[in-house]
Design a protein around this ligand. Sequence first.
Ligand SMILES: [Zn+2]
Length: 429
Amino acid sequence: MIVIRNARILGGEPRDILIANGLISEIGAGLGGDTVIEADGLIALPGLVDLHTHLREPGREDAETVETGTRAAAMGGFTAVHAMANTSPVADTAGVVEQVWRRGQEAGHCDVHPVGAVTSGLEGKHLAELGAMADSQARVRVFSDDGKCVSDAVLMRRALEYVKAFDGVVAQHAQEPRLTEGAQLNEGEVSGRLGLTGWPAVAEEAIIARDCLLAAHVGSRLHVCHVSTAGSVEIIRWAKSKGWNVTAEVTPHHLLLTDSCAEASPVGPYNPIYKVNPPLRTHDDVTALREALADGTIDCVATDHAPHPVEDKETEWAAAAMGMIGLETALSVVQEAMVETGLLDWAGVADRMSARPARIGRLSGQGLPLEVGSPANITLYDPAVRTPVDPTAMVSRSRNTPYEGLTLPGRVVATLLRGRPTVLDGKLV
Ligand SMILES: [Zn+2]
């Protein structure tokens, strides 16, 4: 039996948490156990759940593996991640999703829930084996061609209809392909000054509007990946006001960074560390995204952790790969953008980073409140420290963090997966 002493659940009064057989068995004062973890006033959150992680295995093990990516997740306080389907081979069959799921079990640092591709090979032509993936050992409930948009309206409609049978959800990477041909950076003043091909907000917003209408028409569940514009927020708010089954996520980087980073980075303009899909937007977009996350229009934070090896990022802007890592910094960035600004309290953070993503992914045993009988998925967090972000200290196989040199608040001190520590004293167990 493990006892966590003096943990402040969701920032409340210090309590002891007793863990037996992987479950929280008692919460109180003066509790004893065989093993003691002194929390000493640290905040206790339910283990974080990520709806959007690129683990890169199979196919790009030079960027990340299930082993290294789930280590990074545990270090970031996550107890479950959804592994995106754009691997090589693509996760579009029961065989591939079961392989990823099994690798997650072997690694053991957090639960790995494979996302299934919507279309075979992410080619946008034929539906993948959605039913077989749902029935597989991996029990896939989230389907996405992420990295690519399911732009064919008929295919999107069929996918939405198909997943209803097993209460699945289609997670759309909303990007109208014709409107974003050659796009490099948010279409606006900065892209104009830098001479980079603009990436218009309407390319995202048009697809989100269409998909909300389609989801309502067929009565199915739609999830919108990485919302990045104020206009997208308005559309989602409208769809929710109609009572439609639409959920949405925002990434930490879209809550903190703007397109001006590409112009005014510490190492000069055109630093591809800031190249990401969807692109960083404007200050007004960031403000709208923060407000939408606070009022629940955007349901959750998802990292879109996108590891790339150095040679794919440290090149000229146009040639560089899109994406940034985010698992190890997510909670700190959310503290900076949402908690320090008074927009969310710790209960709100637990809701947006644990409860809601678990519900959207239909996970049982994750995202549950820290109370007696719940699985002991627990993150102990110290919000009081501020440290400069050091990419070399990260455990992800890749180093493409946009926060290098920034000083961010908070540190994950411990992560427990069903009562078993995966991180203790800020180090992997
Ligand atoms: Zn995406």
